[in-house]
Design a protein around this ligand. Structure first.
Ligand code: IMP
Ligand code: MG
Length: 192
């Protein structure tokens, strides 16, 4: 019955459920920005955005921060083109800025097993920053493999593979304004 299979539209219609809508995300990011600004009052921070997933989150968060900041990006790849991690994350994309003696805030889309954030923290700490904290939009606590927590977190979510607002499935759906779970029939790489 291959011919009857529905094709993905790569839009909201491919979602089975919406977990967080645009309004909820925006309100939570405003609150996070206030919390972060208060925490770093009187300092100058260096934001390190973890590409590509945290791109959308970072662009909204940075515009609400009330502390002087610089922005840099780093990359960590572990998923390849599927929804399952394919090994230990590889940190790449060297920073443009010198973070020695700087207050660094890593921004990632989601804290899942903890392998990515852990690898990034290890990599950045080699440069001797003055402080090293992290901020994630989503926290899937149930799936943690390492003893690691984010200093700032937007939402705790259940163990489901989510897309939208920067999060992808095979590089798709990053542009959705909300965050949701894909319909089962689109959760396989052959569609993408
Ligand atoms: P961790 O290394 O297992 O903590 O996974 C973190 C990275 O995996 C994130 O930066 C995401 O790129 C990706 N990831 C984990 N869970 C999801 C998900 O539900 N949807 C999309 N990407 C995810
Ligand atoms: Mg990804």
């Amino acid at each position: 019955m291959e011919s009857l299979k529905t094709k993905p539209s790569y839009g909201i219609g491919d979602l089975q459920t919406v977990l967080l809508n645009e309004e909820q995300i925006s309100q939570r990011i405003s609150a996070l920005a206030t919390e972060i600004s208060a925490n770093y009052q009187g300092t100058d921070i260096t934001l390190v955005c973890v590409l590509s997933g945290a791109l959308v989150f970072t662009s909204d968060l940075i515009r609400k921060l009330e502390v002087p900041n610089r922005l840099d990006c780093i990359r960590a790849d572990s998923y390849g083109d599927s929804s399952r991690a394919s090994g230990l994350p590889r940190v790449s994309n060297p920073l443009k800025t010198d973070i020695q003696s700087r207050h660094v805030l890593v921004i990632d889309d989601i804290l899942d097993t903890g392998n990515t954030l852990s690898a990034i923290r290890e990599h950045l700490s080699e440069a001797n920053p003055a402080s090293l904290k992290s901020c994630v939009l989503l926290d899937k606590k149930e799936r943690r493999q390492l003893d690691i927590e984010a200093d700032f977190a937007g939402f705790e979510i259940p163990d489901a593979f989510v897309v939208g607002y920067g999060l992808d499935f095979a590089e798709r759906y990053r542009n959705l304004p909300c965050i949701g779970v894909l319909k089962e029939e689109f959760q396989s790489a052959q569609h993408h």
